[in-house]
Design a binder for this molecule. Structure first.
Ligand code: NAD
Length: 410
């Protein structure tokens, strides 16, 4: 199976060929600016020493301070972090926020650690990397296995070295210099660009059916936003399985069910089906919002939706992407579709840098403006150059990053 990093590099290579950039520039754009790997010793609650390995890979800083999540997961390795760091460079460029790309992680299963252990691990990691991060250098954010609370610890530890600097991380709790609207931002952004895409095909939200895989942060907020915009969502799922209701699922009821029981299991708003069946349903729009690599060469021929919106990172493999294109299935790529989160992270950083708070309506308006503008630019590039939306998004990103590199000089 192609890793997320390899997939991002393949998509980049294809678009770089079309963009006609020189081999040396291509190599410069692929090579990370700096890779940091650190040993993180910390004490467990029982007094034993545990040692973890942490990474921060800073891919490109031509367009601004580097930006990207921090992941705590037992599968984290340098390859994965490198690929995700590059993806962040292209994502920030597509939505045109003045950031570069980075990613970090610690190889650990956070479920095996108590909260005080997680805190000691996080603070010790900051001790090792505080010199290479910061509001004007590289700004981490939550990702798999980390949360606003992790960001609060990072800010607190960073400030011990550098003084008051709330802009050193984003995705912080709202009570602690976080932004209103950050939690909903990725899902909301998915909704905004999905409707913009449907409009280009003369379709209305009311007349369109949706199937959404994953009901976590991205999936549930995408579903809620689309539902309140009038969409008929016929299937939703989480790790416990999927629910189908052709008349349309009551999304607020599903949210209430999750709040009380922790998963969709036992939700009686439809018939239980499998996650694999959800992907191949006869729905107009399919939104994979859970995991990478779920649409592969093995099931691409069975996808029946006309539109696939990549709300997760890398849900469609490069081989499957080719097969979907051959079948004229329109794929809205992850570097545009799920960029609402990094966009509102940028708004959080702006507020921190200016010591000025925006209200929720301003965050939502600015998000809508940014996502709509990015969609329009990707759409028109795709028409002008006669390429897929994915290639168009990469072409735009490569052009913006290359120009910044060249204008800055060497
Ligand atoms: P999350 O952990 O909040 O939710 C993940 C959801 O997927 C849960 O409902 C979980 O039950 C479900 N799931 C897990 N394994 C599954 C399986 N095998 N089959 C079906 N469902 C399964 O995560 P999230 O923050 O919503 O992120 C989802 C995806 O979006 C990831 O690829 C992430 O990298 C990407 N993403 C997230 C953000 C963000 O702001 N949260 C931003 C950009 C991209």
């Amino acid at each position: 199976m192609t890793s997320l990093g390899q997939a991002a590099e393949l998509f980049f290579e294809e678009s770089a060929k079309i963009a006609g950039i020189s081999d040396s520039l291509k190599s410069l754009l692929i090579t990370p600016h700096r890779e940091t790997r650190v040993e993180i010793p910390f004490l467990k609650d029982n007094g034993e020493l545990q040692i973890c390995i942490g990474y921060r890979i800073q891919h490109n800083r031509a367009r601004g301070p580097m930006k990207g999540g921090l992941r705590y997961h037992h599968h984290v390795d340098a390859d994965e972090v490198r690929g995700l760091a590059a993806l962040m460079t292209w994502k920030t460029a597509v939505v045109d926020v003045p950031f570069g790309g980075a990613k970090g992680g610690i190889t650990v299963d956070p479920r095996t650690l108590s909260i005080p252990e997680q805190e000691r691990l996080t603070r010790r990691f900051v001790d090792e990397i505080h010199d290479i991060i910061g509001p004007d250098r590289d700004i981490p954010a939550p990702d798999m296995g980390t949360s606003p609370r992790t960001m609060a610890w990072i800010m607190n530890q960073y400030q011990k070295f550098h003084g008051f600097s709330p802009g050193c991380v984003t995705g912080k709790p709202v009570e602690l210099y976080g932004a209103q609207g950050r939690t909903e931002a990725t899902g909301r952004g998915v909704g905004i660009v999905t409707l913009a895409l449907l409009r280009q095909f003369g379709k209305s939200v009311e007349g369109t059916s949706f199937a959404i895989q994953g009901f976590g942060n991205v999936g549930s907020f995408s579903a809620a936003w689309l539902y309140h915009s009038g969409a008929r969502i016929i299937a939703i799922s989480d790790i416990s399985g999927a629910i189908l209701n052709r008349d349309g699922i009551d999304i607020p009821a599903a949210q209430r069910h999750i709040e009380t029981s922790g998963s969709l299991e036992g939700f009686d708003g439809g018939k239980a089906i499998s996650n694999e069946d959800l992907l191949c349903l006869d729905a107009d729009v399919l939104i994979p919002a859970a995991l990478g690599n779920v649409i592969t060469k093995d099931n691409a021929a069975d996808i029946r939706a006309g539109f696939v919106i990549e709300a997760a990172n890398g849900p469609v493999t490069p081989e499957a992407d080719q097969l979907l294109q051959q079948r004229n299935i329109v794929v809205l790529p992850d570097i545009l579709a799920n960029a609402g989160g990094v966009t509102v992270s940028y708004f959080e950083w702006v507020q921190n840098q200016q010591y000025f708070r925006w209200d929720l309506s301003r965050v939502r308006e600015e998000l809508e403006r940014s996502m709509t503008r990015a969609f329009d630019q990707v759409w028109s590039t795709s028409r002008e150059r006669d390429v897929s939306l994915r290639t168009a998004a990469y072409l735009l990103a490569i052009d913006r990053v290359s120009r910044a590199v060249e204008l800055g000089g060497f």
